[in-house]
Design a protein around this ligand. Structure first.
Ligand code: HEC
Ligand code: HEC
Length: 346
């Protein structure tokens, strides 16, 4: 079981009470635990990234006509140019309704083990259908979004080029596939921490290196590891001490809703910490705005450690080194509506 090996690695981490590592030991240790973000997008199985498909996915990502109101696009809640988030506690969707959770960033999401805070979608392709039909997000239906796009002549052409061979390229599945390919391009390489992992010991300053050592020694890296410094496993929020209802609202039991297994109550996918300094507020509830406070909460809830102010400062400085080159995206020109294109339903 995952949680057993987790407890084993956590107690191992606490046994290793802050060994006096040399700087090169620290860098070596980091290279074992983490991997740099690549400079080019990873391939998606069974979904070749042709230029036409990626360009179509970009149009769909920015097109509000995919929503019932024609007012909300993927970019409304995952803003390119703003860390891939909306900087809201919980997102504003259809008819100004708030959803139940904070919007995670789409940047580097392609590297996560599964999508959503509870991991209920296995990959980006499966995920992309969710918000379209979610009543508090874009509130359309599979049939309507297909009907909508079929009635925009520019999309008929763009889909035919992106998915050649079939007679009817505009399908819900192809919509999801194109969007997933565009999202896979939203990666943030070349963070100071990536340069450090690739061998440039000076890419982190002294305080960031101190924070990295604490991040490993205190046990944060038992859960937040790999290419995304997280995103690779599930864990309870409150391993040692469950946070109060103001941070962990009791009605959202996380992965329990997916697996219906009692031990999955309040279990969440460990989030990626890539670009975390750019994506407040924090936690699935979005209740914590200050990254330093989020670090302190993690110390007590996940590790039973009361971190000192100096420790919190260093760890927070290290987390700042995870902000990479933000994707530069040219806004697509969207194909015009015509007289027969369905109108918005407010
Ligand atoms: C109204 C706001 C809103 C809109 C519109 C929206 N999302 Fe989201 N998105 C969210 C929220 C909130 C979550 C987290 C929900 C959860 O975990 O249950 C999320 C989760 C995700 C995730 C998972 C990221 C992760 O780390 O788990 C991806 C990827 C994503 N959205 C992509 C999209 C795409 C693609 C679209 C357009 C088709 C879209 N979103 C539209 C709010 C929105
Ligand atoms: C036992 C696994 C585990 C350990 C150990 C752990 N975390 Fe977490 N971390 C999580 C989980 C799970 C969440 C998501 C909590 C939620 O919102 O439901 C999280 C969330 C976070 C967040 C908020 C990210 C966001 O985008 O909202 C930060 C920051 C963070 N952790 C930093 C740390 C630091 C720093 C440490 C060490 C002091 C640490 N974590 C230790 C599992 C862990």
């Amino acid at each position: 079981m995952r949680s057993l090996s987790l407890i084993a690695s956590l107690s191992l981490a606490s046994l290793l009470a802050a060994p006096a590592w040399s700087q090169s030991d620290l860098q070596h240790q980091a290279q074992q635990l983490f991997k740099p973000i690549p400079s080019t997008p990873p391939a998606l199985p069974g979904n070749p990234a042709t230029a036409q498909r990626v360009a179509l996915g970009k149009m769909l990502y920015f097109d509000p006509r995919l929503s019932e109101s024609h007012a909300i696009s993927c970019n409304s809640c995952h803003m390119v140019g703003m860390g891939g988030v909306d900087l809201q506690e919980t997102s504003l969707g259809h008819r100004w309704q708030h959803g139940g959770r904070n919007a995670p960033t789409v940047y580097n999401a392609v590297f996560d083990i599964a999508q959503f805070w509870d991991g209920r979608a296995k990959d980006l392709e499966q995920q992309a259908g969710g918000p379209l039909v979610n009543p508090v997000e874009m509130d359309t239906t599979e049939a309507h979004v297909v009907e909508q796009l079929r009635a925009i002549p520019g999309y008929v052409q763009a889909f035919a080029k992106a998915f050649p061979g079939g007679s009817d390229a505009i399908t819900f599945e192809n919509i999801r596939r194109a969007i997933a390919l565009f999202e896979a391009t939203l990666i943030t390489p070349n963070a100071p921490f990536d340069r450090y992992l690739k061998g440039d010991a000076k890419a982190l300053d002294a305080s960031q290196r101190e924070g990295l050592a604490l991040f490993i020694n205190k046990g944060c890296a038992a859960c937040h590891a790999g290419i995304n410094v997280g995103g690779a496993m599930y864990a309870p929020f409150g391993v040692v001490e469950r946070p109060g209802a103001e941070i962990l609202p009791p009605d959202d039991r996380g992965r329990f809703a997916v697996t219906k297994t009692a031990s999955d109550a309040y279990v969440f996918r460990v989030p990626s910490l890539r670009n975390v300094a750019l994506t407040p507020p924090y936690f699935h509830s979005g209740k914590v705005w200050d990254l330093r406070q989020a670090v302190a909460v993690m110390g007590s809830s996940q590790l039973g450690a009361q971190l000192t102010d100096a420790e919190i400062d260093s760890i927070t400085a290290f987390l700042g080194s995870l902000s990479g080159d933000q994707p530069q995206v040219t806004l697509p020109i969207l194909p015009p509506s015509v007289a027969t294109t369905p109108r918005p339903k407010p």
